[in-house]
Design a protein around this ligand. Structure first.
Ligand code: PRP
Length: 216
């Protein structure tokens, strides 16, 4: 049987992703708590791959997965040639420049030092605005200004709790992001009907929530 292959991101989107798919009557076989990486729903003819968020776009870009569920943050940072097929209205958070209160982003210092997990997004954002130097960190980015390793950070802010607990604030909100369904360009052509059926099932469960951050 030719399965529709769907890459799902483990981590912070996992719970909402599975809830949305289950609401749509799918992904019964998927167990996010297991160490298994491939799950098959024979009934729907769908195969699910559990991968790290940064790898979802790669699997879809290479055509190993036909579609995938991942945050717009990863899509922007990877900048690969995939279709964005559906906004999911969960995993909503914002990109922001953050640091100690009063940090001057556009002050006279020659180069603004920024620590981030998202160097590509950061460079694009500041291009033509400000000379910057980025340091790539893989997590706990908030530590960098605390240890005087950077002037500020570019990171995702959801509740604002991590910033607050570390004495940092949003200095400049950049843009909102959310989870999306992405598709491989060739699969979209050759598995069009299967992909449309999947999208229609999920779309029927999407509700439009307003973006409302407690830290704004
Ligand atoms: C993310 C992000 C922030 C935090 C924001 O990190 O990079 O650190 O969550 O969420 P909040 O505004 O609700 O506190 P994640 O939890 O993915 O872990 P990491 O720091 O290891 O990347």
């Amino acid at each position: 049987m030719a399965y529709l292959t769907v890459a799902l991101a483990k981590g912070r989107l996992a719970k909402d992703t599975l809830a949305r798919l289950r609401q749509a009557g799918m992904a019964e076989a998927v167990d996010m708590n297991s160490r298994k990486l491939v799950f098959r729903d024979e009934k729907d003819g769908i195969e699910y791959l559990l991968v790290k968020p940064v790898d979802v776009v790669t699997y879809v870009d290479k055509g190993v997965a036909d579609i995938g569920v991942v945050g717009k943050d990863i899509i922007l940072e990877q900048d690969l040639d995939v279709y964005e097929l559906l906004d999911l209205q969960f995993g909503i958070c914002a990109f922001a420049v953050a640091g100690f209160p009063g940090t001057e982003l556009y002050g006279p210092e020659k180069v603004l030092k920024i620590a981030t997990k998202f160097p590509n997004i950061t460079k694009k954002y500041f291009a033509g605005k400000r000379e910057i130097e980025t340091t790539y960190l893989n997590g706990s980015v908030e530590l960098a200004p605390l240890m005087n390793m950077s002037d500020c950070i570019v990171d995702l802010v959801e509740t604002g709790g991590t910033l607050k607990e570390n004495g940092l604030v949003v200095l400049e909100k950049m843009f909102d992001i959310q989870a999306k369904i992405i598709g491989n360009r060739t699969s979209y052509q050759f598995c069009h009907e299967k992909i449309q059926t999947f999208l229609a099932a999920v779309e029927s469960e999407v509700d439009d929530n307003a973006t409302d951050y407690s830290w704004e």
